[in-house]
Design a protein around this ligand. Sequence first.
Ligand code: 4AD
Ligand code: MG
Length: 462
Amino acid sequence: MLKGMKIKEVLALREPGQQITVNGWVRSVRDSKEILFAMLNDGSCMDSLQVVVDAANPGFKAVKQAGAGAALSVHGVLVASQGKGQALELKADAITVLGACPEDYPLQKKRHSFEFLRTIAHLRPRTNTFGAIFRVRNTAAWAIHKFFQERGFLYVHTPIISSSDAEGAGQIFQVTTLDLANPPRTPEGAIDYAQDFFGQKTGLTVSGQLEGETFAMAFGEIYTFGPTFRAENSNTARHASEFWMIEPEACFYDLDDDVKLAEDFLRFITATVLDNCGDDLKFLDERIEPGLLARLEAVRSAKFNRVTYTQAIEILEASGKTFDYKPSWGIDLQTEHERYLAEEHFKGPVFVTDYPKEIKAFYMKLNSDGKTVRAMDLLVPKVGEIIGGSQREDNLEVLEARMKELHLKPEDYSWYLDLRRYGSAPHAGFGLGFERTIMYLTGMPNIRDVVPYPRTPGSAEF
Ligand code: 4AD
Ligand code: MG
């Protein structure tokens, strides 16, 4: 039997004497004439297990030759460690080199730049930093399901191939099996999508919200957690073309209920990661963002701030700062504005509500002023916008009028409008960007470094 114990479990043991098998990759080797030390890591935790091999053991020469990066299976006994840094170490008796690692291994002991590591995205999970990031990502995903499941929200799988534009922003990646060199044409000369695979024009979803709303109108409280795609040509450190989004949608909620849910949600994810990824966060605090732990600890108890868009613009205008993009009522907030509000002015997460209708999606509930909508964005230090949400327009006439103003065809959204025809009820929801959440939790400044294989304009390698 090859399967062994996880190194995380081994390092949690307190007593020497146990016979165990472990498998993993050598992070580093050091040896003298009599003895060899190999640090073995299996990805289960930040720390490696020290494996000690006597010169008399046939594994001595084999491990030395196999090199750093090699895969080993080690059987031995746990003994009290003589050296500093660990209580127990594994005194090897039988060692199998499963896969040697020659000297052209791209991961050398020196520190590599994140740019370089992106070119070897298939190997970077083996580094300390990416080990920490992807363990945090895993724990955050678990926390998200735990949060909603404990509160009775239904997990719904909305489609990935979609025929509607949920955000009405036209940033859709098309899905087609038509011959691009010679597509079928209508008599008028347009491409005839009736002959395409689905009998109509389709694309990858930008959001599961609209389908999510249909389930909220049956199950009350639901959430989605899945990939979304945006053909947005913005080459920034916080935009990816493929990213994961969590979209709760809740019936009988108004904007205040929605804000409360979002605050509880982000606090729960942060606390769960703090409670379960201590070693990883400590490492990231040392290497990536000094003060990360304190910033996250503050989220456990801090009350999130809340201002209207109009107040936010006033704060920006009064800030005395020169922004690249001058703030004035009506503009869409830019990253520099969002980060000023969260990092410098409020020094913590802040909800901005009631944006001008012109800069928000068609489905948001119109306020009685006729100018603003019941929108809320959550802005956080380091990232800026991490959540976008709103109370939804539940009045059929108002919604149809909004769609026409925006040149959207109500008949393209007939099933969505049916929700306002049959048993309409107030409801609200939001979308949390999963990658931006991981940036927030790890302090990593670039979205390309919190996704296993980032997809951004001009780049879809691996
Ligand atoms: O603000 P957005 O566009 O809102 C929606 O999609 C709504 N349908 C959500 C809802 O109400 N159910 O996107 C929500 C969040 C943003 O706040 C951001 O965190 C993330 O998704 N996001 C992106 N993350 C990475 N790359 C991109 N290109 C992103 N676009 C949005
Ligand atoms: Mg948004």
